[in-house]
Design a binder for this molecule. Sequence first.
Ligand code: BGC
Length: 247
Amino acid sequence: MYVLGVDIGGSGIKAAIVDTITGELITERHRIETPQPATPEAIAAALSQIVIHFNWSGPIGCGFPAAIQHGVARTAANISQAFMGINIDKLFSEATKCPCYNLNDADAAGMAEIHFGEGAGQSGVVLLITIGTGLGTVFFTDGKLLPNTELGHLYLHNGKKAEHYASDAVRKTEDLSWKRWGIRFNRYLIMMEELFWPDLIILGGGASKKFDKFKGQLTVEAPVKPAAFLNQAGIVGAALYAQSKIT
Ligand code: BGC
């Protein structure tokens, strides 16, 4: 089965057609800039452009940086507030004339890892954290997704939310060395371990590519691994999600 997988982010929208049996991309990845301001209508129009680019007329899965409850955006931390309460399944399906299924971006990345990456075959509790502009989280128990955990918003240090203290965006804006940032991120992992006791922690998102530069700072008991999928996880996982909705 082929599905158009889309990863909607604050700066770029990335997409490819995915073979959901193998988890492989069967086309080149196509990226366009996220329109600014990134209003629901502007994102819907950008998605239509992507559908035209691929000459696509089948199901679409989209990873989106918000809690998505039955198609409705419930949070808007790093996206336009105008998304709050909008049924984006409906909006994007109408705009593209294709059935479109949306899920949280970290949940999408997790779907790819649990099926085809570092989480494949892993029993017990797996926590995946995406490290980017925000901190996205997703849990699986025996391979089953717990959707919409927003644990980048836990308060971590001096009244700051974790994603305002230890995200990759903070590392860049505060010009932190990997070591100093790693110490901060380790605090977050310690908190997650004390609260949830995962059997395995997988790190995704941009910073996970630099795992070697900060792994020395990590002291949690659970094994910590960088994601097997680098920048394709969101696309592949979103496609898997759409597939699960139509079969
Ligand atoms: C959002 C989450 C998202 C994460 C990563 C957070 O700010 O609240 O929904 O998964 O960023 O993009």
